[in-house]
Design a protein around this ligand. Structure first.
Ligand code: IPD
Ligand code: CA
Length: 282
């Protein structure tokens, strides 16, 4: 059995410390060292310093847990792994758009037992912490226990029809190989929903599904650290969260993600799968 609340405390403290570094650098953005990891893939000194402090704190508090971080890589643990995104929304951050977060998720691997002592059949995100330092909102989620924003319980919106749904999306920005089928699928989403928003932080998109500000979130081509924390938070708030193209996936580790109220899932899959399945399920 895991002392989940101890892990939660450690992750909350680490998220605050990482975010403090991000906010310090915001006052002198022109002095930041910025590197290009690839096309439209930026990393700054702020990302790196935030990740260093998050990793140091988690290592000290939980030395037996594996760590995978966006900037420094790392390795899975035998039973548990932290997935760290020290700055989700780097492009927003570097352009002065105040919409980004620190995201820390904990995944328990198949065979480990959950917080109640039950063995897990599949890899499962069991803890999530997403901190938005601009709104001072700390989103947390614990597998089987619940989801909160600043200590208040949150729930995904209970809506019955896609026509009432506001959808968060991530438009491809690095891999454009599937851009044509993507826009075919997006057209269907536009025609059947209340509208879409591209906000630039996968972690906050998931947190916002969890608290009902948006009703669904759909993206592909991202990374496990972008979605580990948000998966458990949105699931605990009542959303279905997984890879929309792989029915066998236990969580959207592939970086292909749909988060949506269960009542709307099949209708949404019916809109995107015809164009997208041939791309991702070859
Ligand atoms: C990005 C954000 C963005 C998503 C990108 C991600 P990063 O993360 O989550 O919303 O569309 O694909 O890479 O690079 O800012 O940590
Ligand atoms: Ca990220």
């Amino acid at each position: 059995m895991f002392p989940l609340s101890d892990y939660l405390d450690a992750a909350v403290r680490a998220a605050h410390a990482g975010a403090a570094i991000l906010q310090q650098h915001r006052t002198s953005p022109n002095d930041l060292v910025i590197d290009h990891k690839g096309r439209n893939d930026l990393v700054s000194q702020a990302d790196r310093e935030s990740e260093d402090v998050v990793i140091d704190m988690l290592r000290q508090a939980t030395p037996h847990i594996g760590i995978i971080g966006e900037e420094s890589g790392g390795a899975r643990g035998a039973e548990l792994t932290w997935y760290i995104d020290p700055l989700d929304g780097t492009t927003n951050y570097l352009h002065g758009v105040e919409h980004y977060a620190v995201s820390i998720g904990l995944v328990a691997h198949a065979g480990a037992s959950d917080a109640m002592g039950n063995p897990l059949a599949v890899d499962t995100p069991i803890l999530g912490v997403i901190y938005d330092p601009n709104r001072e909102e700390m989103f947390t989620g614990m597998h089987g226990v619940g989801a909160w924003c600043n200590g208040h319980r949150i729930q995904a919106a209970r809506i019955e029809s896609l026509a009432e749904a506001l959808i968060a999306i991530g438009i491809p920005m690095r891999d454009f190989s599937y851009i044509d089928p993507y826009f075919v699928a997006l057209k269907e989403v536009l025609l059947h929903s209340r509208g879409v928003r591209r906000q630039g932080s996968a972690a906050l998109d998931l947190a916002w599904v969890a608290c009902g500000r948006v009703n669904a979130y759909w993206e592909q081509g991202i990374q496990s650290w972008d979605v580990a924390a948000g998966t458990v938070i949105a699931r605990e708030a009542g959303a279905w969260v997984n890879d929309p193209y792989d029915p066998k996936a236990s969580w959207p580790e592939s970086g292909r993600v749909l988060a949506i109220p269960p009542a709307l899932k099949d209708e949404f899959l019916g809109l995107i799968q015809p164009a997208m399945m041939p791309v991702f399920n070859r």
